[in-house]
Design a protein around this ligand. Structure first.
Ligand code: CA
Length: 425
């Protein structure tokens, strides 16, 4: 999905399979997301325990009040009544929303599927099949075709899994049901405007109301969708991906994509590297990193694409990357490091680049939601402010982990491992 639903793509779930391309869609689609928002929603994520699940009757009560607000927002009564007739409460959508961060994966488990050999092969086929279109999009928007195709690959398995849930029903359920209600209500009103304008026939998508080849939320359609094939419609939903792929390029351009700048490169760090420096918050000229002994994983000198940061998304025993501002542009789709690295490395491989070379510490397991909250709670009690106890391993929590590791004489890589939690207990 476009936007900041971190954690979404890290969740484990199964998807209903389509008839066509069933196996492929399942294999590569099981990691696609579609929960999000091409705007800024904070990924917020944590389920409230014991909160009662809504119901169809509750949704209908809510819709009566919402109708007034929608009409005040300019939706004609006839449009509202026709569109919302028969909208159903979808308990599965709520379940997924509540649990999306509870079963997070490690980055290496995520990348195994997100950037699998199948996904690379299918991406190369997608480029070959759409080369002229992709060349024109790249020329118009200044975003490399491999990056656009990588987004397509992760968001809908190159169009094979675009989602088959009614968008209005998903958004109404999430707007009514509470968590981020205001956000989803605004998206629902945007969706009604799309319906009112006659822009979409089969308005289906994935569970959080994102839809189309590259999983746009309705408000993103309004802001960023383009009619690239010139048929008068901004159609992200049909079999032809032209508008959707151009809209994605337009979205990335809007957020500041710099053509020719890599998202990042895999590097090796020298013996004695100061791990305090491995954070997006530390930005240095490439010459400085080079002088510190950082090199490409293949052994060469670092390419100079301007100031960048060192990132260790799996801790100091995993792969290291030198990243540039395009990394932050990809974060506008999804803020999870694993997602950005997946898009980045998939795009690299689609232009003949290497898979990630370093090993990952595969014996480590991901902390559960409860463990992540416990980690934050204990960090706070030990005097290392994690910025709240919400289960999200955001920048403050990473900084707190680093400070704790440093105080204990560990490598301060900021990785929230079971070892750190055990030491805090
Ligand atoms: Ca069009």
């Amino acid at each position: 999905m476009t936007g900041g639903g971190a954690g979404c793509l890290l969740s484990i779930w199964t998807k209903r399979k389509r008839n066509l391309n069933r196996i492929v869609a399942f294999l590569v689609g099981m990691l696609t997301c579609g929960a999000g928002a091409a705007q800024t929603i904070l990924p917020d994520p944590v389920a409230e325990e014991g909160v009662e699940m809504g119901s169809q009757a509750g949704l209908e009560d809510w819709l009566a009040g919402f109708r007034t607000r929608a009409l005040e927002a300019g939706i004609p009564a006839a449009t509202f009544d026709a569109a919302m007739r028969g909208v159903e409460f979808n308990a599965g959508v709520v379940e997924r929303d509540r649990s999306q961060n509870e079963f997070t994966k490690t980055i290496w488990d995520y990348l195994d599927t997100a950037v699998s050999g199948d996904r690379v092969t299918l991406g190369l086929q997608a480029i070959a099949a759409n080369r002229d279109l992709l060349d024109r999009i790249e020329a118009e928007y200044g975003v490399e075709k491999e990056v656009v195709v990588a987004v397509w690959g992760l968001e809908s398995a190159y169009g094979t899994y675009r989602g088959d849930l009614p968008v209005l029903g998903s958004l109404a359920t999430l707007a009514y049901e509470g968590r981020r209600g205001a956000f989803f209500e605004a998206e629902l009103i945007a969706a009604l405007r799309i319906v009112q304008g006659g822009h979409v026939e089969d308005f289906t998508g994935s569970w959080a109301g994102a839809s189309g080849h590259t999983q746009f939320m309705p408000s993103s359609w309004e802001k960023f969708a383009v009619d690239f094939d010139g048929d008068g419609k901004r159609n992200l939903w049909g079999d032809d991906p032209a508008d959707a792929l151009a809209s994605t390029a337009n979205y990335l351009r809007h957020w500041g994509w710099t053509k020719g700048q890599p998202w990042g490169v895999e590097v090796v760090l020298p013996e004695g590297f100061d791990y305090d420096q491995s954070t997006e918050r530390v930005v240095k000229p490439v010459a400085d990193w080079q002088a510190m002994g950082v090199r490409l994983v293949t052994g060469g000198d670092l390419p100079d694409h301007g100031p960048g940061s060192i990132l260790l998304p799996g801790g100091h025993r995993g792969a290291a990357f030198l990243i540039w501002p395009n990394f932050q542009v990809i974060e506008k789709y999804n803020t999870a490091d694993a997602y950005v690295v997946a898009i980045g490395n998939l795009s690299d491989q689609l232009r003949g680049g290497l898979p990630i070379q370093a090993d990952w510490p595969r014996e480590l397991r991901a902390l559960t939601l409860e463990e992540r909250k416990e980690l934050q709670d204990l960090l706070g009690k030990a005097g290392f402010d994690p910025g709240g106890v919400d289960g999200r391993m955001g920048p403050k929590t990473v900084a707190a982990v680093k400070a704790f590791q440093k105080a204990r004489g560990l490598v301060p890589d900021g990785y929230p491992s079971l070892e750190v939690l055990t030491l805090l207990r």
